[in-house]
Design a protein. Sequence first.
Lengths: 181, 461
Amino acid sequence: MEHRSHIYGLVAEFPTEHELIHAVQRTREAGYRRIEAYTPFPVEGLSEALGLKRNNVPLITLIGGLTGGLGGFFFQYWVSVLAYPLNIGGRPLNSWPAFIPVTFELTVLGAALSAVFGMLALNGLPRPHHPLFNVHRFAKHATSDRFFLCIEAHDPKFSLADSSRFLQGLNAKHVNEVEDD
Amino acid sequence: MSAGQPPLDSPEIRRLTPVLEPGYTFTSVTDKISAIVLTRPTSLGWVVGFTISFGMVMMLTIALAWLITKGVGIWGINIPIGWGFAIVNFVWWIGIGHAGTLISAILFLLNQKWRTSINRFAEAMTLFAVACAGIFPLLHTGRPWMSYYMFPYPSTMGLWPQFRSPLIWDVFAVSTYGTVSLLFWFVGLIPDLATLRDRAITKPKQIIYGMLAMGWRGSARHWHRYQSAYLLLAGLATPLVLSVHTVVSFDFATAIVPGWHTTIFPPYFVAGAIYSGFAMVLTIAIPLRKAYGLEDFITMRHLENMAMVMLATGLIVAYGYFFEYFMSIYSGNKFDLYLTQMRFHGPYSHFYYALILCNILTPQLLWFHKARTNIPLLFVMSLVVNLGMWLERFVIVVISLTRDFMPSAFGRYSATFWDYATFAGTIGLFVMLLFLFVRVMPAISIAEMRELVAETSEDHE
């Protein structure tokens, strides 16, 4: 176990998404918790198999949208009523219906920016390098045509020999150690 | 669709025409699409096309340099016709962009599988069309270097924009639209950029695609959030795309000029935008699938569906024309009546008749399955609709401005060489950007095609 700190985990390769989902279910049943699947496209049912909970992107988007909308409206109010009032034939300064188009656009802008940047931030991207890219087959196939399952070394149940044997037992095509760097 | 099959007209066959020809695997779709960018040699056709469009962009820069030197007087605009080609072209280009967002957002929310192979380049088309559109109002201000005045910023003069003005709404609508379209396009590209990074052979490509992919590795947790974000963006882009052309139509509808001051403008502008946009998607898709052998991905089904959307939105536009005409008679307003008369009998009536021919009469051919599946005819039809929608904006802008309330304010408008040069230049810019795009980015979403492969292989099981 002395080289455990140099190991990021073990990665197993599967040819189809169905085999991957099956393997994920078996791995979780075996008690592993720090596991992650890697797929070249979003696979239906994989989030459930991994036991992923609802994510925070919608909440961030809501907050961004509300900020954009309220900020946009009250900014227009401030400009038109307080900072630069123009009296045109005695018309009301707070002509709120005229502020709606810009308020709407800024709501959408705020929400869209926070959805994208919130998603990237929660995903920890950009992150140009990752230990998994050290595995040649992962770097070559993970974004094209193969499905990967990684048991990370900080899983309490992780042991290089046992976990490796366990993954082999799941009919994985290749099982590789992932070196940490 | 080979020769040995039953006649194409039978409804069973039509329903079965696939969105993806059978026999593809994850590997083969990845190879086929990424090869266009990574390994395929530059063809002679590409070089010729790029050179011509690049030449047109050079013409655009000359036209713009001359415009900035001399001022907007080099265009054919003068009071009372202050809005000439610049506004016609602006509305035309921004309308074209709308189909890209419709395909990527609205068809995504409606779970339409046929959207998958056309959304990427349709989104790129949106971005490039918005870029071309943005040039015109910017230059039309006369002093484009002062255009930052339109944005609210704390100036030393204590000035702020007039938020009750539709022109300021336009600034916000178009800039938000451009930004959100870019985000949507880029988010969709991230997984494909990672594919290109991993498949690129040369170091510079690996580095450039690697930086753009931001370290995407297809982690399930990442996909989980990615899908939320993508769905939310689609949900946000849907009302946005409807709002943008609505705001553009407000530029006209909130004015009291006869022919502009109508409540039907927002819906009819949005329908017209989608109409012209689908025409442009067809104009691009037909040569693209031919040139890069993508007939298996962009199938007859796609072309036919797009033709049907064109027919449907074309009919909404026809309804809009009819009600403009009807309301001017029904209102009894003599200025509106006079304007309608001018459309039919005035000095620009040939534009109006050409518009009816292009936008209403010709597309009626699309009722027929034979016309929808005749690719050369469809291509010509898409060009006709593009022309028709340009004429529509010309009719709206020019006829109203040449004939408003007082005979003393009547005028005539004709475009100058520089008007045509600028317009042609933006077409060159659009085409050049498309040429560059197909060579450096995957023109079809690879990740979504893999999803389609997974789904269609399940259908067969």
